[in-house]
Design a protein around this ligand. Structure first.
Ligand code: AMP
Length: 111
């Protein structure tokens, strides 16, 4: 989608990607909640997880997060994976994204 900020980032038109393959792109969150805060997004524009029927893509996003956690050196210490959905879920950017957060202790509960 031409005016979607995460589409622009995923296409390499804005900011810096730290990972990409044929299905997904990853980049650092502009307002990190912890020392490591990466967003993994599908290259295809999908507004939110509730509108995604592609289980292979969702699995690929999870495995990509695991791979990036290893690359960032936080696999052993641990990390959190999070997907917010729509207003009550706290989603602010309407392009499906998986948060990978770690590098320090994260409190449990709504953030
Ligand atoms: P959510 O609240 O789950 O929709 O998360 C959206 C995330 O995108 C927030 O953590 C924002 O800080 C982050 N964000 C918004 N705009 C950008 C951007 N241009 N580059 C990187 N991260 C962004």
């Amino acid at each position: 989608m031409s005016d979607c900020i995460f589409c622009k980032i995923a296409r390499g038109e804005l900011g810096a990607l730290i990972y990409e393959d044929e299905k997904v792109a990853a980049f650092r969150d502009v307002k990190p909640m912890a020392k490591v805060h990466i967003l993994i997004v599908p290259k295809e524009h999908i507004p939110c997880i509730d509108e995604c029927e592609d289980g292979a893509l969702l699995g690929h996003m999870l495995l990509t997060a695991r791979k990036l956690a290893k690359r960032e050196g936080i696999s052993e210490s641990g990390y959190r994976l999070m997907i917010n959905c729509r207003e009550d879920g706290g989603q602010t950017v309407m392009h499906l994204h998986l948060h990978l957060i770690g590098g320090e202790k994260i409190c449990w509960g709504p953030i």
